[in-house]
Design a protein around this ligand. Structure first.
Ligand code: ARG
Length: 577
């Protein structure tokens, strides 16, 4: 799409060059950096401050602003150009902006907002990564949904992406699980309801272990057997893993989320000896009470525990092995970890160890933390078994949405399908609305409010636009953007909407750079609100064909952009609601 800011910078550079006879020495890129977007639209859509030119032009900045304004005011890009004090204020021609934007949206379609900035580079996005044989609970929603969106953002801006689910499928807890299963377990129960059953064994283990601490020793022993590949233990563990994955995948399917790799912690168990050797060779390992550590005191951190006194490997060791493996396998440009901020210390230690190992690519490994989600009822804990399953939350969302739909008595023919799209979309949208680092409380009334800044509101707006297009009887895809009369799109309501659509591709880039899907979420809420204002203020299906076509084209562009934005969040855009 035509980049208006760049074009203005070019124009200004030529004007400044002419006025200073080359003495100002400012390039178009310099000028682009100086251009401002005024907060108050009365001061124009773009503004250029002239203070910096005073020296080269030997004139007062306000006089320079007047000269510059006169130089550029002839351009068709502007409706008007004013100089106010030292500023040149530029007002974009509304019909020109409409033409640029709507032409681009029509041509790019589903790919509006995409670019090829990342061409030839690979980004690894690691997200979700639940622990097997443990509940997939509401606390996992953020990594899952934010990670999925970050993957989509990087895909949209042209990177090759690898989606990894670093399953927590290894560690001493499997020793506990196996001990518990052998003591109290029942195969039928596990098959029927794998995670809830395994969880009940785990809970029981912790209760019993209070009285019988020797259980803990048994669990450690069993884990050591597992790590040494004892067939009996491996078989049980594999079975727990399969049953768990079956449950996880059911939830991923509900949310339309998938992965390229499920290489979790266990995948690295055979890569551990080489890592230990390397740490030793590089002189980084220290013994401490039988355990092997990397001392990080110098860097203000507690030591990284590499192996326990019984020789078994630890979480961080597997993460070190994983990073090295990923660099070798994918030669990543960036390796992103979407993991809760509770693990900040873990990732800081891990990154430091990679640095100390001499890997300069450690800087390309980024931990992307996020805040906690709590429920109205109170907090969550796996140990005690008071747990809210994500699947239950999603099902409840669908149920509640169906009630709302039936009550509103809107289009009930596909009520079940719509309730799924809207209910699950609402929960995902909520997760992506708050800046990721913030803690927040999940509240049903907020999530499912059709009139708030919510998923249902945005989806409803999309369906409304779809319905206008259907009712028009016009095949909008056949309208020629080059043949429109854009003077029909100069109202304030249309202009506000068009400005937001024009900015959408920049918003996508910004969201990717900041690893912050909420930037897109907020922008499509703004677009939905602007579209609704346009819809209420203006009659779209007028008798005047040229007028009607222009407004339909804008409606189609708003619908397309909302759809593309929702897609980047992993949320479906219904045609009817
Ligand atoms: N399985 C861990 C948990 O549930 C999260 C794993 C995060 N990823 C990593 N590479 N350490 O807490």
């Amino acid at each position: 799409m035509k980049n208006i800011k760049k074009e203005i910078a070019q124009m200004l550079a030529e004007a400044v060059d002419k006025l200073s006879a080359g003495a100002a020495g400012l390039t178009a890129a310099d000028i682009e950096g100086l251009i401002e977007i005024p907060g108050d639209t009365k001061l124009g859509d773009y503004a250029f401050p002239c203070f910096r030119l005073a020296k080269a032009l030997r004139k007062a900045p306000a006089m320079i602003a007047a000269d510059v304004a006169a130089e550029i005011s002839g351009s068709g890009l502007f409706e008007k150009v004013q100089n106010v004090n030292a500023y040149v204020n530029m007002f974009i021609s509304r019909s020109e902006l409409a033409q640029i934007t709507l032409t681009e949206v029509s041509e790019a379609g589903d790919r509006f907002g995409f670019c090829n900035e990342g061409e030839g580079k690979t980004v690894i996005v690691e997200y979700s990564s639940p622990n097997i044989a443990k509940p997939f609970h509401i606390g996992h929603i953020r990594t899952t949904v934010i990670g999925n969106s970050i993957y989509k953002l990087y895909d949209a801006i042209g990177y090759k992406t690898v989606r990894i689910n670093h399953l927590g499928d290894y560690g001493t807890q499997f020793g506990k699980m196996i001990v518990a299963y052998r003591l109290w377990g029942n195969e039928e129960d596990v098959k029927r309801e794998p995670i809830k059953t395994l969880l009940s064994y785990y809970v029981k283990f912790h209760e019993e272990a209070k009285e019988h601490p020797e259980l803990e020793d048994q669990a450690r022993e069993i884990f050591a057997k597992l790590e040494h590949g004892e067939p009996e233990e491996v078989k049980l563990w594999q079975w727990f893993r399969e049953e768990s994955l079956r449950e996880f995948n059911r939830v991923y399917d509900m949310m339309g989320i998938s992965f390229d790799s499920y290489a979790g912690e266990s995948f690295y168990s055979d890569k551990m000896p080489a890592v230990l050797q390397e740490l030793k060779d590089k002189g980084l390992l220290k013994e401490s009470q039988g355990a092997q550590i990397v001392d990080l005191e110098e860097y203000g951190m507690s030591p990284a525990l590499i192996t326990k006194s019984d020789g078994s490997s630890l979480y961080i060791t597997r993460d070190i092995a994983a990073a090295i493996y990923r660099k070798k396998t994918y030669d990543f440009y960036k390796n992103l970890y979407i993991v809760a901020s509770q693990q900040n210390l873990h990732f800081a230690q891990w990154k430091k160890v990679l640095e100390l190992m001499g890997y300069d690519w450690a800087k390309d490994c980024v931990h992307i933390p996020f805040g906690m989600v709590s429920l109205e009822e109170g907090t969550l804990s796996t140990r005690k078994g008071r747990v809210v399953f994500l699947e239950d939350v999603l099902n409840k969302a669908v149920e509640k949405t169906k009630e709302i739909i039936m009550e509103k008595n809107v289009n009930t023919e596909n009520a079940d399908e719509t309730a799924k799209i809207v209910g699950i979309g609402a929960v995902m949208f909520q997760e992506l609305s708050v800046s990721r680092i913030k803690d927040y409380t999940f509240m049903w009334d907020e999530v499912l409010n059709f009139d708030g800044e919510t998923g249902p509101y945005v989806q409803y707006t999309h369906a409304r636009a779809a319905s206008v297009l259907r009712n028009s009887g016009v095949d909008v895809s056949r309208l020629d953007p080059a043949a429109m009369d854009y003077s029909y799109l100069e109202s304030d309501a249309a202009f506000e909407l068009i400005k937001l659509l024009y900015r959408y591709p920049e918003v996508v880039l910004e969201a990717a750079e900041k690893y912050e899907p909420s930037v897109v979420t907020r922008h499509i809420v703004d677009i939905a609100q602007a579209f609704n204002k346009f819809y209420h203020d203006e009659h779209i299906l007028t008798d005047n064909e040229a007028e009607r076509n222009a407004r339909l084209l804008l409606t189609a562009a708003a619908k397309q952009t909302i759809r593309n934005g929702l897609d980047l969040l992993g949320i479906k855009a219904p045609e009817k609601m």
